[in-house]
Design a protein around this ligand. Structure first.
Ligand code: IYR
Length: 221
């Protein structure tokens, strides 16, 4: 039998200067992360992706239900089908499905219906949320705070991919229900986001965007 609780033996306190150095160097690493929309076709090591997914799986979740599932797509034919279906939806989005206000907000990103990165990138990690799971007797087990939990896991995944020296793009076709059918996923899974992963294309450019300063994103009480 597993014990109900164990000691916090993995916790490691750092002396204040080391703590400050760790915090600063992690920030320095993370502030260099950029979403890219053009990838090289070089393949990525499967073991690296597996470790990054394990990192994602360490995320906290409502009642520790871990309501996520990650489908890693490297097969060129499946990537082609995802691109085709996504571009069909994007054409409708850019041709009037999206409000004028939304399109104006997107303008600085210079996005459009062409999603060639879905085929170029070596690896698409399709993140699914599981609102419930099924017990062995077929009964539904409710999950809690599902989208918050999956968001936390996805954030860790993005950080892990960046930490490994790979680039990513969080991509959300709208609507994205087609991913469930296309990937043959069960009824208790909802597509959440596609994380496009690979090496950036050699000549890639990214929008000149700034992050808000600390004074705008935080208030100390
Ligand atoms: N899914 C579209 C639109 C889009 C929406 C948001 I919010 C973005 O931050 C970026 C794009 C697309 O990928 O083009």
């Amino acid at each position: 039998m597993r014990p109900a609780s164990v000691s916090l033996s993995d916790y490691c306190e750092l002396p204040p200067e080391e703590m400050a150095a760790h915090a600063a160097s992690f920030y320095d690493k993370m502030r260099r992360r950029r979403s890219v929309r053009a990838f090289s076709d070089r393949s990525v090591p499967r073991g690296v992706i597996e470790d990054c997914l394990c990192t994602a799986g360490t995320a906290p979740s409502g009642a520790n239900m871990q309501p996520w599932h990650f489908v890693v797509v490297c097969d060129p034919e499946v990537k082609r089908r995802i691109r085709e279906a996504a571009e069909e939806r994007e054409r409708a989005f850019y041709a009037g499905g999206a409000s004028q206000e939304w399109l104006e907000a997107l303008a600085p990103l210079e996005t459009g219906p062409d999603k060639s990165f879905l085929e170029e990138a070596p690896c698409l990690i399709v993140v699914f949320a599981r609102p419930y799971s099924l017990a062995s007797d077929g009964g539904k087990i409710q999950h809690y705070y599902v989208s918050r939990s999956v968001g936390l896991a996805t954030g860790l995944l993005i950080a892990a991919i960046h930490n490994a020296g790979l680039a990513s793009l969080p991509y959300t076709p709208s609507p994205m229900g087609f991913l469930r059918e296309l990937l043959g996923r069960p009824a208790n899974e909802r597509p959440y986001l596609v994380l496009v992963v690979g090496y950036p294309a050699p000549d890639v450019r990214v929008p000149a965007l700034d992050k808000k300063p600390l004074s705008e994103i935080a208030t100390f009480v």
